[in-house]
Each structure stands twice: as C-alpha cells, then as structure tokens.
Design a protein around this ligand. Structure first.
Ligand code: ASP
Length: 348
C-alpha cells in the first residue's frame, strides 16, 4: 500500500516534470544566427542578411538593414521607390528599425529617398528622436547625405496606377480574395500566390527579424504602404510596437497586411509580450491575429494580416488571418526555406 501510494505520488509529481523537461528540451535548442522575413520575397532579403550574420561579429542590426536595403533597391517591387503610389500618384515610404537595446528609429511618409531604412537608422543613431515624418524626414535625410531621387513611378507601378485611375475606387484594402483565386507558383515553391492576377504583388511590406551569433536580436521593416492610400496615410510598418518590436530578452516580431488593424492591437508588441509569458512564436502570433479578428470578425474576412516572430531560443513561427501568408527562414547556408503560415480562415 505504502509503495503504491508512493508510486502514485511519484507519478503525479514526475509527469508534469517529464513534460516540462520535454518542452524545455525542445525549446532550449538555440538556432543562431537566424533571419526570418515576411513573404517568399524575403528569401533574397535573408540571403543578403545572412552574409552579414555569417561574418565574425556580424551584427543582427547590420544584417536586417542590409536585407531591407536590398529590397528597397529592387526596381518594380512592392517596397521602396519602385512601390505603388498613393491615390495622388506619389510614392511615400515608411520604415523603422530596432536594435537589441531598445534603440529605435522610424521615418514615415518619406518621399524621394531610395533607402528609408537607412534614414530610420540615422534617426535612431544621430537624433534624440524616434520618428520623423514627411518633409522633416526628407530634410533630415538630405542633411544626412542621402540623395534626392526624381519623382517617377516604376514601370510596374505606373501601369498599376493607370489601371487604378480608371475607376479611382478608394478601397485601400489588402484583399485576399484575388490572392487565393489563382494557383500561381511563387519563387519559393508551390505556395498560395501573393500576387494580383496581373502579377503585381498584393502586399507592400518587408519585415525582417534576426538573431546574430552573439544572441542579439534586431529588426527592420520597410514599405511603400498600401497602394492608393490617402496622401499622408501612415500604416503600422514604421510604428514601433505595431509593425516591428524587439526585446532582446524575449524575442522579436514583425508583419505585413492591413496596417490600421495591426495598429489597433499594437500587434508586434503584443506578440513579444505573449512570448515573454511563455508562448511560442507561433502561439504568440496566433493570439495577436485572433485579437484582430475578434474586433471585427465580418470585416476580417476581407483583409489580410500576417505576423512572424522569433524568440531568444531561435525558434520561429507565424500566423495570419487568411491562408496565403508565407515567410522565409534562413539559418544555414542552404539558401533558406519558405513556409506557409497557419491561418484563422482556411484556404478557400
Ligand atoms: N502594412 C502595410 C501598411 O499598412 C501594408 C502591407 O503590409 O502590405 O502600410
């Protein structure tokens, strides 16, 4: 009797301990360096960041900036000066960056500058401020030695804008239906497309988060914002705690999608706080996405938000409202992999 009671008591105590050990064993495997970016278009961005991360003493901060710059350089892309304009035909760019010591910088509605992410870094490093907007951001960029680029649309953006002008329908919604209607294959593999039927990317943001070999986290987020937005509109992407958040003790998160909805829940800050409470990156992203959906379940059927996160153990995860949000992960020399995020609403 004594030994049976002893056995029962031992089992009751040891089972949770065993599952704790199992969970701990799984979660203690540190993957670093590592870089994770939104979308499959994040794969080449990761490749650039990876080169920095692989160098002795390569810093996550330099890696995410280099990655963001590479996509800002891409002509006819959804990010940078090649991105889609606002409804007045002007390309206005938003970007932010955050390091492992809560330093952060941001530019909003910046025109004429090729690398808003680097201006954001200069705001972080060379000013007492966190955010600069519009003309003030441009003035600071020019004073900091950035070159003023002409006000011309990329060929793709011009085509898309002209098409949009035919109806001038003011509906700056990141609608997922067109994405799901076509089984187009993307570079990363047979994933649901992130493109309109004419091949134009239906998203405008590159979020990149990384942990370097020293275990320090940083993130960068750059965007031309939602296509055909009102002039002066700013989304979540350059807002610390919405489009990007980094806490070096816990983890980092960024995302893409309908910025207004992300701002409402301070999405990436929420995710990092959830990871602080012990949630995995995927669970934390899921909680943030579900909170957005809960606020407006009907509207959420029509717009997309996707988040990605990494934690201090180098675990990564993602979650989106709708099927179709994918993300790129690189932590070896193998060129990285694209994963489809789980979603609240399944593939239609
Ligand atoms: N989050 C961006 C914004 O609202 C858009 C996007 O991710 O495509 O400006």
């Amino acid at each position: 009797m004594q030994s049976r009671r002893h056995f029962i008591r031992w089992s009751a105590l040891s089972l949770p301990l065993l599952s704790f050990r199992k969970a701990f064993a799984k979660r203690s495997a540190v993957t670093k360096p590592i870089v994770v970016s939104t979308w499959d278009s994040g794969l080449p961005v990761n490749a650039v960041a990876w080169k920095v991360l692989k160098q002795p003493n390569g810093r996550a901060l330099d890696a995410v900036e280099a990655g963001a710059r590479s996509i800002e350089d891409t002509v006819n892309c959804c990010v940078g000066l090649g991105g889609n304009p606002d409804r007045d035909g002007k390309v206005t760019l938003d970007a932010c960056i955050m390091d492992d010591k809560f330093n952060c910088g941001s530019v909003m509605a910046l025109q004429h500058i090729k690398h808003p992410i680097s201006v954001a870094r200069k705001v972080m490093e060379n000013t007492p401020h966190v955010q600069l907007v519009g003309d003030g951001a441009l003035q600071f960029a020019l004073e900091s030695g950035f070159q003023k680029e002409p006000d011309t649309l990329s060929a793709d953006a011009e085509k898309t804008y002209k098409e949009w002008l035919k109806k001038s329908e003011y509906k700056p919604i990141i609608n997922i239906e067109q994405q799901q209607s076509k089984g187009q294959k993307t570079k990363g593999g047979p994933f649901a497309p992130n493109f309109f039927d004419d091949g134009t990317p239906n998203h405008d943001t590159m979020g990149t988060i990384a942990m370097d070999a020293a275990g320090n986290l940083s993130g960068a987020c750059t965007t031309s914002g939602m296509a055909f937005k009102m002039h002066g509109r700013v989304g979540d992407s350059p807002i610390i705690g919405s489009g990007l958040y980094v806490d070096n003790e816990v983890g980092a998160a960024t995302g893409s999608g309908q910025g207004e909805e992300v701002i409402r829940v301070a999405g990436t800050h929420l995710i990092v706080e959830m990871m602080r409470m012990g949630k995995s990156p995927e669970e934390a992203c899921k909680i943030a996405v579900e909170r957005i959906v809960k606020i407006n379940p009907t509207k959420a059927k029509d717009f997309q938000v996707g988040f990605i996160a990494i934690n201090k153990q180098g675990e990564y995860g993602a979650y989106s409202i709708h099927h179709g949000f994918n993300y790129s992960v690189t932590h070896t020399d193998d060129g990285g992999k694209v994963f489809m995020a789980k979603s609240v609403f399944p593939k239609k």
